[in-house]
Structure formats: structure tokens, C-alpha cells
Design a protein around this ligand. Structure first.
Ligand SMILES: *[C@@H]1O[C@H](CO)[C@@H](O)[C@H](O)[C@H]1NC(C)=O
Length: 196
């Protein structure tokens, strides 16, 4: 019995020894290419094709926004703007816009408000399809500033009540442009660079 125990001990010792010596060797060589692959797909998942932004749906979205703006007299508040990007790294902007679109779809477009506007269901479908294409898009680094800016926007919509929803619909044209800019590779306009 004792010899079996010793044998087991020795065997486990060997297993442990082998793991310590050979596992690092095994891990170090294939890791770099693998990590690079992961990094590039992570980047790829936060990209939309330019093809998503067809003139037809742009027109529908802009028209819907224009209609809503008729009944929005409050010009002091702005929901979609550069303040959303404060302290947010450039490579997280697409993720940020994805989250904004999710909020606008869920808290605004899918509420009773949509029945008041023509094209609303088409536009909802369009934005929902963008977020589903971006379903694997994740942030990198710290998320606290992202969450803080999102929370501020949500709070603002809530505080403005029904007018907050109207305002959000009135800014769908901005949202359209922002997510297009953040998630597709379009040539940057000169002097349009924002630092943060
Ligand atoms: C949308 O298209 C219609 C018809 O082609 C045009 O009259 C209208 O001005 C367009 N609206 C916007 C906001 O681009």
C-alpha cells in the first residue's frame, strides 16, 4: 500500500515537473500569431460596411428627424454631439455609437412615439440591423467614461420627458452621421480631428 502511495506521489511530481517545464514552451511559440489574429478580429467587429448607409434609408431617417424637429422648441439641449466622446478613445467610438443607438432604439423608437411618425418602423429596422451587425463589437481599455457619458445622455432624455423622445427623434440624422463616421472607414475631413 505504501509503495503505491509513493508511486502516486512520484508520478504526480513528474506531472507537475513536466507541466512547469513544457507548458511554457508550448504556450510561448504559438501565442504571438494567435494574439495578433484576435486583435485584428476585435477591430473588425467594430466595423460596418459603407453599403449599410444607402441614400434611400438616409433620406428616410433625415425626413423623420426633420418632422420631429418641427415640434421640438427646446434648442438648449443636444443629445447627439461631441460631448459623447469626451475622454473616450478613438477606437471606442464605434462601440460608443452602438450603445447610443441601442438606447435610442429601445427607450425612444420602440415606445409609443413611433406611431406618430411615418417611416418610423423602417428607420427602427435600419438602426436595429446596425446594432445586430455590431453585436460582437466590444470596448477596449477602460469603460468608465463610456458609461458615464451614456448615463448622462439617458438622464437627459428622461429629464426632458416626452420632449426628450421628440428631441432624440429630431436628432436621428445626427445619429445616422455619427455612427457612419465612427464605424466605417471614410476619409477624414481636414481640420476635423478631435483630440481626446
Ligand atoms: C428625400 O427624397 C425626396 C424625394 O426624392 C426629396 O424630395 C427630399 O428632399 C429628400 N429629403 C431629404 C431630407 O433629403
Amino acid at each position: 500500500m505504501a509503495s503505491l502511495q509513493t508511486w502516486t506521489k512520484n508520478f504526480l511530481g513528474w506531472v507537475f515537473f513536466c507541466c512547469c517545464c513544457f507548458l511554457p514552451l508550448l504556450l510561448t511559440s504559438p501565442l504571438p500569431p494567435k494574439a495578433a489574429g484576435v486583435a485584428s478580429t476585435t477591430h473588425h467587429t467594430c466595423r460596418l460596411r459603407k453599403l449599410n448607409f444607402q441614400p434611400y434609408i438616409r433620406n428616410r431617417t433625415y425626413t423623420l428627424a426633420k418632422m420631429a424637429r418641427v415640434s421640438d422648441e427646446d434648442t438648449d439641449n443636444r443629445l447627439i454631439g461631441q460631448q459623447l466622446y469626451v475622454n473616450v478613445k478613438e477606437n471606442n467610438r464605434c462601440y460608443m455609437m452602438k450603445r447610443i443607438v441601442e438606447i435610442v432604439v429601445k427607450d425612444v423608437l420602440l415606445t409609443e412615439v413611433k406611431d406618430q411618425y411615418p417611416y418610423a418602423s423602417e428607420v427602427v429596422q435600419f438602426f436595429a440591423s446596425l446594432t445586430s451587425e455590431l453585436s460582437k463589437c466590444k470596448f477596449s481599455g477602460h469603460r468608465e467614461h463610456i458609461e458615464k457619458n451614456l448615463e448622462e445622455m439617458k438622464t437627459k432624455i428622461k429629464e426632458l420627458g416626452d420632449n426628450g423622445k421628440t428631441k432624440a427623434i429630431g436628432e436621428l440624422d445626427l445619429l445616422f452621421d455619427y455612427i457612419e463616421n465612427a464605424c466605417t472607414d471614410i476619409p477624414k475631413k481636414a481640420g476635423n480631428k478631435k483630440k481626446n
